[in-house]
Design a protein around this ligand. Structure first.
Ligand SMILES: Cc1cc2nc3c(=O)[nH]c(=O)nc-3n(C[C@H](O)[C@H](O)[C@H](O)COP(=O)(O)O)c2cc1C
Length: 393
């Protein structure tokens, strides 16, 4: 399929909306309750303006970034997303290959459907995101599996102690465990490309997708409730578990879901290697502040060079540059790459990443910078900077 007409990330959103069954598209795009955090994540970018410099000579630009001794081609990566098998067959692998081919990090979700060992073999170097239980024996066994699979970066999600209230999914009859119904079947029939290439091909070749990476064993089918429940013991998880993990995990350890500067400080004190400022793309606590709004206070709470990453609502190169100007090292992208993969596999997800990095390059020049390291809050319009919730607290 030709992707020439896809000029910006929202073009992939529109195409995925047409291609995927309504319930599947809504699973991806949706938030929780009144969708306040989903819309808030976007609104903060619109509020913040730039203050560019001119006549600086911007030839020879580079947008590469260094993180823990590794150089990445761009300051963007793919955020962890679970249950992607309903969007495209082998979707986790598709995303991993797209990121790998562009020299960017990919975070494999704990709720993913391709075995992490296969991802490591097919598109090595994925980071792993854990939805961890509070049970230390179980945790020990998961860590063992990750070590055996040569995972180097472990991301622990901190904002999902219980299941969020996803009313949109309930209204669409979409649940996990997945329960087939006449309504979902009709939804599928109205999207024949998806029905044939995703639903039937997956069923025939792999059977019902499984949660292959939640715990130490290959987990249950997405239609089954596991013995411990999907979130078994997650409400028991505390910073004590993170300190315990720090003792056992020799690789990089990152906490995803930080919004409060005090939590950022604790992450530093407990020896975490980095944090991802995130409200889970507005999919957990509705009304949780936008990550971009939280960034200034978090940056002030941690040492200058400490890796602070961010995700939530990034749809333009200019969005990424705003976060970099506020001190973020790396920006993760969720829904748009999943739309890209749904529409056109590796090519589609790759094109999403390419569009973003082209926008970053062009707008870096328009700001009057050659390197991302040139960029700081001085390049932001002071009047609009003050509108960030935490900019001057
Ligand atoms: C379909 C979907 C599934 C997700 N699954 C996970 C997950 O398994 N683990 C996790 O930590 N975050 C998960 N997230 C949240 C993302 O990692 C990320 O925080 C968020 O999507 C970023 O916002 P954006 O989609 O606006 O770019 C999921 C998001 C989506 C859209």
């Amino acid at each position: 399929m030709s992707l020439n007409g896809f000029l910006c990330l929202s073009d992939f959103d529109k195409a995925a909306r047409r291609k995927l069954p309504h319930a599947v598209y809504e699973y991806v795009c949706g938030g929780t309750e009144d969708g306040l955090s989903v819309s808030g994540n976007r609104a903060c970018f619109d509020r913040l303006g730039f203050r560019p410099r001119g006549l600086t000579g911007v030839a020879g630009r580079s947008q590469s970034v260094w993180l823990w001794g590794n150089e990445y081609a761009s300051p963007i990566g793919i955020a962890p997303m679970g249950v992607t098998a309903i969007c495209r067959r082998h979707c986790d692998m598709t995303l991993a290959i797209a990121a790998r081919s562009r020299g960017l990090p990919y975070v494999l979700s704990g709720a993913s459907n391709v075995a992490l060992e296969d991802i490591q073999a097919g598109a090595g170097g994925a980071w792993y995101q854990g939805y961890f239980p509070g049970d230390l024996d179980r945790l020990e066994r998961i860590v063992q599996r990750l070590l055996e699979a040569d995972v180097n970066v472990l991301v622990v999600t901190s904002d999902t102690p219980v299941a969020a209230n996803r009313e949109n999914n309930q209204r669409n009859g979409f649940t996990i465990p997945f329960r087939p119904s006449l309504r979902l079947l009709l939804d599928g029939v109205r999207h024949p490309d998806w029905l044939f290439n995703v639903f039937f091909k997956t069923l025939i070749n792999e059977g019902v997708p499984r949660f292959l990476n939640l715990y130490e064993e290959h987990g249950p089918r997405i239609t089954e409730e596991p013995a411990h429940g999907f979130r078994g013991g997650r409400e028991l998880l505390t910073w004590e578990h993170m300190s315990w993990l720090r003792q056992r995990w020799p690789g990089k350890l990152v906490i995803k879901g930080i919004l409060h500067p005090a939590d950022a400080q604790i992450a530093v004190e407990r020896g975490m290697d980095g944090i991802i400022v995130s409200n889970h793309g507005g999919r957990q606590l509705d009304g949780a502040m936008a990550p971009l709004d939280a960034l200034p206070a978090i940056k002030r709470a941690v040492p200058d060079a400490y890796p602070v990453m961010i995700d939530g609502g990034f749809r333009r190169g200019t969005d990424v540059l705003k976060a970099i100007a506020l001190g973020a090292r790396m920006v993760f992208i969720g829904r748009p790459v999943l739309y890209g993969a749904s529409v056109a596999g590796v090519e589609g997800a790759g094109k999403v990443l390419d569009i973003l990095s082209q926008e970053i390059d062009r707008n870096l020049a328009l700001l009057g910078c050659t390197h991302l390291s040139d960029l700081d809050a001085d390049y932001l319009d002071p009047a609009t900077l003050r509108t960030l919730t935490d900019a001057d607290t």
